[in-house]
Design a protein around this ligand. Structure first.
Ligand SMILES: *Cc1c(COP(=O)(O)O)cnc(C)c1O
Length: 408
């Protein structure tokens, strides 16, 4: 891994987020892409801000919800899409990305890859089980994005995708995936840790604590990568809801996957987090080393709602349920450790996406940004899969491949 020095950090103070992202991309993959291309792809992918909000003297919120789907997955999906498209174009190849989604990942991947040449995306989502806003994000795009509405649950979507990846008859479709194990999604997520650090400190040796709302642990892993690059991070608070796979693993040293439990911070409802092996590897395979660096805090449903009310009363800040879990967790960690570090809680989703819950707790619903207010009037172009049998999906993919060859 390359190293970021204190001098680098000093030099990068005052750079825009995009300019900093370009510097970091060059450090990480500059041996594979030339500088001009990196500048062009990163500027195109990360063209939205990641503002920091100061809640008190030493407590900050990093807002990661100003991309097209109003959630942090836009960083990873847009960066991956541009580099992926570029590599395929250089090789004159076409790939089809299959994504099974319960909402957020599919929206970010669909929006991220929309219009990117040499790539098609098929997003499978369970009919009636994603929010209308999420459905609009996936199913109104058209072009190289096919939104496939599956008459089943998320697990059916996941099974169809996994079976397709193993289906040798589909080899010529060049299937690929874009889930949160993909390093192409994690790298760009390191960038905002560095940007947040620079904005919260004036001295590049001061250690800070990040609180990360966690599900599949991709975001947390990106934070640890930023730390390994040399960012002065004292520890990371792994903020989970009642899905306790990580906290229980750190408590007992024994890993147990379990079914996910539905909560109001639903993008974190993960029972078997897929980045855990990578996280452990980044700690030299030692659970003890991980315990020193990663403090898990599990936040219950009532506590999450309480945090939304308390944060608003104490600071005037409106958290969505995911950000509220992070804020509650870091407050808890500070009181438990007696720490007095500067803390940065990651807010991963726009509160307006959870208007009902915010209204329950605060008595008003935050408004969506101007550009989104017409979302309900955009026509859906979803395709209905007639049933959840694999054969049906297989035929759908074969037909889709035939059609795109016809138009190529
Ligand atoms: C996906 C998601 C998370 C969880 O991130 P992981 O990288 O899977 O741990 C948290 N908050 C929101 C809003 C998300 O969409």
């Amino acid at each position: 891994m390359p190293r970021i020095s204190r001098q680098d950090l000093d030099r990068w103070r005052g750079l825009s987020f995009t300019a900093l992202a370009i510097e970091l991309t060059r450090r990480l993959i500059g041996d594979e892409f030339d500088a001009d291309l990196i500048r062009q792809l990163v500027a195109d992918a990360l063209d939205f801000p990641a503002p920091m909000v100061r809640l008190s003297d030493r407590s900050f919120v990093l807002e990661l919800f100003h991309g097209p789907t109003l959630a942090f997955k836009d960083f990873g999906a847009r960066f991956l899409a541009r580099f992926f498209g570029r590599l395929l174009a250089e090789r004159s190849r076409h790939a089809t990305i299959l994504v099974a989604t319960s909402g957020d990942t599919g929206s970010a991947v669909a929006q991220g890859f929309h219009g990117v040449p040499n790539v098609g995306v098929v997003v499978l989502y369970p009919a009636g089980k994603v929010s209308p806003f999420q459905e609009a994000q996936m199913a109104t795009l058209g072009g190289n994005i096919v939104a496939l509405r599956v008459p089943g649950v998320f697990d059916d979507c996941q099974r169809l995708v996994k079976t397709a990846f193993l289906d040798a008859r589909l080899a010529r479709l060049n299937l690929s995936s874009a889930n949160s194990i993909n390093i192409g999604r994690l790298l760009p997520q390191c960038f905002y840790y560095v940007a947040a650090y620079l904005s919260a400190t004036s001295d590049s040796t001061l250690p800070v604590v990040f609180a990360v709302p966690s599900g599949n642990l991709g975001n947390l892993t990106a934070g640890v990568i930023a730390q390994r690059l040399g960012l002065p991070v004292r520890r990371l608070v792994a903020a989970t809801n009642v899905n306790r796979a990580l906290p229980d693993y750190l408590d007992t040293g024994e890993y147990r996957a379990r079914p996910s439990i539905p909560t109001i911070s639903n993008a974190m409802d993960v029972g078997d987090p897929n980045n855990l092996p990578r996280l452990l590897a980044l700690h030299g395979g030692s659970v003890e080393a991980m315990r020193q660096n990663i403090h898990p805090v599990s936040v219950g449903e009532e506590q999450t709602r309480l945090a939304i009310r308390q944060a608003y009363r104490l600071t005037g800040y409106v958290f969505d349920p995911h950000g509220a879990v992070a804020w509650s967790a870091v407050e808890n960690d500070l009181s438990r450790t007696g720490g007095s570090e500067t803390t940065i809680a990651l807010a991963t989703a726009h509160p307006a996406k959870f208007g009902e819950i915010i209204r329950d707790e605060l008595g008003f619903a935050p408004r969506l940004p101007e550009a989104y207010r017409d979302w309900a009037s955009r026509p859906l172009v979803a395709v209905d899969l007639p049933d959840t049998r694999y054969d049906t999906f297989h035929h759908f993919l074969i037909e889709l491949a035939g059609r795109s060859r016809g138009t190529a």
